[in-house]
Design a protein around this ligand. Structure first.
Ligand SMILES: NC(=O)c1ccc[n+]([C@@H]2O[C@H](COP(=O)([O-])OP(=O)(O)OC[C@H]3O[C@@H](n4cnc5c(N)ncnc54)[C@H](OP(=O)(O)O)[C@@H]3O)[C@@H](O)[C@H]2O)c1
Length: 262
């Protein structure tokens, strides 16, 4: 999709990936409505000189917050919605409380679905439009220690595929882009230590933002970013028992890091 002049709503713009993506899109000439929950972080966003953007504080954890984004996006005449806001969720399931599970599912899955649903009538009217869902490699390689997060991101992947098929006769494109680990505040020190212990690569937000911008301008609608993660995602779809065995071999390390709870 043409990014120059595209009017893009980006959630989670105050986060590590969100801010890098906002800058990369601005450099391509996109006009941005940047949303985040924390007003101080929003005010501190560093955008390239000359970029055309507006800021909106809204909490995706509340229906009021979602309504505020929808109203602003309608006024803004958005033709692309990037569902990027998200929260992490490392921990063994029986050690997570109900509120934490609710927050993980609400932010990573329900909020993007509700936002998309509300903005769809307006997106359908644009000459070219897109919904872009930022998933995670864990949505295709569900991982021990991340059960609720993996469930939310697998749900987002399923939502993206179903919606793409539902909108096949419209002008609205649906992208699902699933990064592997990224160096952002989403990952607690315990997650970073786990990634290091397992030898999992972690990308810079700028590298991931550049890959997303490339995909939007090109042809692929569905992509797991990084190798060997893309291979394991494919393998998990084909022979999940093989991946079960691989993850079982890492379980003791995962449990040790989950016990650190930081
Ligand atoms: N980091 C990784 O390793 C990794 C790997 C794969 C995929 N991802 C995905 O990439 C996306 C961006 O994550 P990130 O790494 O950039 O995380 P991050 O630095 O923690 O940023 C998260 C963003 O989401 C926003 N957010 C969280 N809860 C919100 C709520 N209730 N209402 C409104 N905004 C809310 C935050 O806003 P405030 O700061 O204003 O609260 C922040 O802008 C997420 O979907 C994540 O799942 C991340």
């Amino acid at each position: 999709m043409q990014l120059t002049g595209a009017r893009i709503v980006l959630t989670g713009a105050t986060g590590g990936l969100g801010e890098a993506l906002a800058r990369a899109l601005a450099k391509k000439g996109a006009v941005l409505l940047l949303t985040g929950r924390d007003p101080d972080k929003l005010a501190r966003l560093q955008m390239p000189a000359g970029s055309d953007y507006r800021l909106l504080q809204a909490d995706l954890g509340t229906s009021v917050g979602i309504d505020e984004i929808v109203a602003a996006a309608q006024q803004f005449e958005a033709d692309m919605l990037i569902n990027n806001a998200g929260v992490g969720g490392f921990g063994l399931l029986d050690e997570q409380d109900g509120k934490e599970i609710e927050r993980i599912l609400r932010t990573n899955l329900e909020a993007p679905i509700q936002l998309t649903r509300s903005l769809l009538p307006q997106l359908r009217m644009r000459p070219a439009a897109a919904v872009v869902n930022i998933g995670s490699a864990f949505g295709s390689i569900p991982f021990a220690g991340f059960a609720a997060y993996s469930a939310a991101k697998a749900g987002l992947r399923g939502f993206s595929q179903a919606l793409r098929r539902e909108l096949a006769d419209s002008r609205v494109e649906v992208f699902h882009i699933a990064p592997r680990a990224i160096d952002t505040p989403l990952n607690s020190p315990a997650v970073n230590a786990l990634n290091q212990a397992l030898g999992n690569a972690s990308d810079s937000p700028e590298k991931v933002a550049a890959a997303i911008v490339d995909l939007l301008a090109c042809c692929a609608r569905e992509r797991v970013l990084g190798f060997p993660e893309r291979l394991f995602a494919w393998l998990n779809g084909l022979a999940p028992a093989l991946v079960d065995g691989g993850v079982k071999g890492k379980l003791a390390v995962i449990k040790r890091h989950a016990a650190k709870k930081i």
